[in-house]
Design a protein around this ligand. Structure first.
Ligand SMILES: Nc1nc2c(c(=O)[nH]1)N[C@H]1C(S)=C(S)[C@@H](COP(=O)(O)O)O[C@H]1N2
Ligand SMILES: [Mo]
Length: 521
């Protein structure tokens, strides 16, 4: 900004916004982190942005998409705040109106989040009040360069005559900006930290998982080929992919958690966490997969889940005829729709509380989530689940359905080459080609590999715990010098081979053969 006093005005606007956002944080300690304006508006954006844009964001930023969203929101906010400052220097009322518009947006965003009450508007309102005060202090009040205080002149007047002429006022103004920005930072960081301390990690650590009455089968020897770069057969919790719409991870206290099984049932049920713990638990390996996984992608993981069979709970609730959909609802309002028949057909669909021998990690749905073998996560794997509502597919569309994804989401047979990696440079001679393949609940019958479009060769399948997990495969390649293309395809136990046709992830999962190009020297 070439023009110093317009720069001052912009700085005043940005400082006012920083104060508003910063002081909202300690208020949000009382009302919950999702009511803080930046997070609330970000959450609204997540729910409202058109699907192709969101996919572009995910493709661009990967798993940092949420951070990118918040940084983007903050940059936009700063630009708007600078403009508000410049307008406020001409007429304070216009600036205050700009702040009021912000407050309305923040409050509206907070109030429309699932489970919100009137108090959720508070962080935005308190923030906006103090932001408005800041604007006044810096542009018209005691912290403004002296002349500004007497009469609010036009910015042009300021530029030409006064700002250079009042070094004391300028210094006072800049000191004020520094103090207010510092206060905003302390309030923001401190409030955020306090909100974090109110999280549930202590409650999680206090949980002692019950011994399963039906333990998981042992992982057969040789299930994990233990090759460098090949995904482990069991994915550690720390490396398990995470996909959800939550900008702040819901903190659900197991002491107050409830699961309601209701809707079109003859016998509605409500369970506490203690009720759940008192039931017989089963433990099963199940490979979870995301519908947004590209061919060759890593939005898939295999874990040992401990939980209560959903089937048993549904049997007790006694669904009415025609209630063909079970809607899993998270505390944050997210929903998924699972076919009732799938949940009752005998597969190990679980209300899971444990993951690889630990209580569920908070970001993976603590204290309770759904896990359903054979279905993509978006139609089955509700984290932080608090309701199972019996309805029909005709009567209710779950979260992703109106956003262009299929209501039914059985996992498609897929296979992936983990080693060698694309563009690896290899030495001629024997090369171990290996990867994973999956066709949950049907099972993988065969994996084949081909080089440069040549004949398909049978890979060796490692043993797996069950049809509900992925399987590792390997194939010894006698690599000759040159550029080569490796491809893989799997056939499920029903004899259906992965189609070659490359289709995008939407609406119901990608198809095509994973293809890796390497150089052999
Ligand atoms: N509450 C909630 N549960 C959710 C989601 C979500 O956005 N919110 N995303 C689903 C999707 S799309 C997938 S693929 C799985 C991912 O589970 P994970 O993050 O534990 O790997 O969670 C499912 N459960
Ligand atoms: Mo997903």
């Amino acid at each position: 900004m070439s023009n110093p006093s317009r720069g001052h005005a912009a700085l005043a606007g940005i400082t006012a916004a920083a104060v508003a956002i910063g002081v909202a944080e300690p208020v949000a300690v009382l009302t919950g982190p999702r009511s803080a304006p930046l997070i609330a508006v970000g959450g609204l954006v997540v729910d409202l942005v058109p699907e192709p844009l969101k996919r572009f964001g995910i493709a661009l930023f990967g798993t940092s998409d949420k951070i990118a969203l918040l940084v983007g929101t903050a940059v936009l906010l700063a630009a708007f705040a600078a403009l508000v400052g410049v307008l406020a220097a001409r007429r304070l009322a216009i600036g205050l109106a700009g702040i009021a518009a912000f407050a309305a947006l923040g409050a509206a965003a907070a109030l429309t989040r699932a489970g919100a009450d009137a108090f959720d508007a508070l962080p935005s309102l308190v923030g906006a009040g103090l932001g408005g005060l800041t604007l006044w202090l810096l542009l018209a009040g005691p912290l403004s360069p002296e002349l500004w205080a007497w009469s609010p002149p036009s910015a042009r007047d300021l530029d030409e005559k006064h700002s250079e002429a009042d070094p004391d006022g300028r210094r006072r103004f800049l000191r004020g900006v520094g103090a207010l920005a510092g206060t905003a930072a302390v309030a923001g960081v401190g409030g955020h930290w306090l909100a974090g301390r109110r999280g549930v990690s202590a409650a999680r650590q206090a949980i002692v998982l019950p011994t399963p009455s039906a333990p998981a089968p042992a992982v057969p020897a040789g299930a994990d080929l233990s090759l460098a770069r090949l995904a482990r057969y069991v994915t550690p919790n720390s490396g398990f992919y995470r996909i959800d719409t939550a900008l702040v991870v819901p903190q659900v206290d197991p002491a107050t958690w409830r699961l309601r099984i209701h809707g079109r049932v003859r016998n509605p049920i409500e369970l506490s966490f203690a009720d759940l713990l008192a039931r017989p638990m089963v433990e099963r390996y199940v490979t979870l997969a995301c519908v947004s996984n590209e061919v060759g992608g890593d939005l898939i993981g295999n874990a040992r889940w401990l939980g209560v069979p959903i089937r048993e709970v549904l049997d007790e609730a006694d669904p009415e005829e025609g209630a063909d959909q079970v809607v899993g609802r998270s505390v944050d309002g997210w929903t998924c729709g699972t076919p009732t028949a799938v949940l009752r057909d005998g597969r190990d669909a679980l209300l899971a509380i444990g993951m690889n021998g630990e209580p569920l990690p908070v970001e993976h749905g603590f204290p309770v989530r759904m896990v359903v073998p054979g279905l993509y996560g978006y139609v089955s794997a509700c984290k932080w689940v608090t309701e199972l509502e019996l309805t029909s597919f005709a009567d209710f569309d779950a979260y992703w359905v109106p956003r262009g994804w299929a209501a039914q989401g059985p996992i498609k047979t897929q296979s992936r080459i983990d080693t060698p990696r694309p563009r690896n440079r290899l030495t001629a001679g024997p090369v171990m080609v290996a990867g994973v393949a999956w066709a949950q609940h049907r099972g993988v019958q065969q994996v084949e590999v081909r080089v440069d479009g040549g004949p398909w060769q049978d890979a060796t399948l490692a043993p797996a715990v069950s049809l509900d997990t992925w399987v590792q495969w390997s194939w010894r390649w006698d690599a000759g010098p040159g550029e080569h293309t490796l491809q893989v395809r799997a056939t499920d136990a029903d004899g259906a081979t992965q189609p070659e046709e490359s289709r995008p992830v939407a609406p119901d999962g990608a198809t095509g053969w994973h293809t890796v190009r390497v150089t052999v020297a």
